[in-house]
Design a protein around this ligand. Structure first.
Ligand code: UDP
Length: 244
């Protein structure tokens, strides 16, 4: 189906989706707006849209070349990405290699505790409910996905984690944890969607030992650590300098 171009279809916290006129292809425009704690904290990170779009585009290309199906079509400008249209599955898939964030708060595990094998968790993508942690049974009860799709989500998430952990290791960065979103394309294939950026990953600079200096991700914004733009910029420089 061909739609008329340049129609705003959806505006989220970090991106706006437009129609393109081409069948099953949309334009995702990355914004500088930043939110945290379920949008209770709001701000702007100068140049974030461009940096996240560029980082995500590069990571999607790496994943595609490693055989992971994604919604990435191409980067059109510094903050515009062409993507395949998908129906988003309203589940946030979180993968954890080291304990941080809500896992530490809810379990008492110490920040940085090694999690091996990595943990795969499902959260309900629903701001009104505060994105609650789901069990597999609840997820099936709510019919958010089929049992097959849940297995596929977990398998894909672990594969992506292996690829990205090795990739970031080459960049001198530890991939602590991250969030993925998946969707179904027009052929009903399950593909990786959304973005992979310092907004959605915890990334620690291996050249820094100080716990606040090593943070290269949105925790700098969440925890008022300052120097957010330069941290994102360093992630972008290192990511662009590496390929798998
Ligand atoms: N995350 C995300 N969007 C969300 C929730 C989490 O991108 O709505 C990412 C977050 O940046 C981190 C990982 O998922 O890399 C795990 O987040 P956690 O559950 O620890 O929640 P947080 O501490 O961020 O509230």
């Amino acid at each position: 189906m061909t739609t008329s171009p340049n129609q705003k279809l959806y505006e989220g916290k970090a991106k706006i989706l437009y129609s393109t006129g081409a069948a099953n292809i949309l334009l995702s425009v990355f914004k500088d707006d930043a939110t945290a704690f379920n949008a209770q904290k709001r701000g702007t990170i100068q140049g974030k849209g461009a940096m996240n779009c560029t980082i995500s585009s590069h990571l999607f290309r790496q994943l595609e070349s490693a055989g992971i199906p994604t919604h990435f079509v191409g980067q059109l400008s510094e903050n515009e990405m062409q993507v395949k249209a998908v129906t988003i599955i309203p589940i946030e898939v979180v993968i954890r290699n080291l304990a941080a964030g809500s896992l530490c708060k809810q379990t008492g595990l110490e920040l940085g505790t090694l999690i091996a094998p990595p943990l795969v968790e499902f959260y309900y993508k629903n701001d009104e409910l505060g994105d609650p942690l789901l069990t597999r049974d609840r997820l099936l009860l709510m019919k958010l996905a089929t049992p097959d799709q849940v297995d596929q989500l977990a398998n894909l998430a672990l594969k992506i984690n292996k690829i990205l952990t090795d990739f970031f290791e080459d960049c001198g960065i530890t991939l602590v944890d991250f969030k993925l979103e998946f969707g179904l394309d027009h052929t009903q294939q399950l593909i990786l969607a959304d973005e992979i950026s310092p907004d959605t990953c915890r990334l620690w600079n291996q050249s820094e030992t100080d716990p606040s200096r090593r943070v290269m991700d949105k925790d700098r914004f969440r925890n008022d650590l300052g120097e957010i733009e330069s941290a994102y910029q360093l992630v972008m420089q290192r990511v662009l300098a590496h390929s798998i």
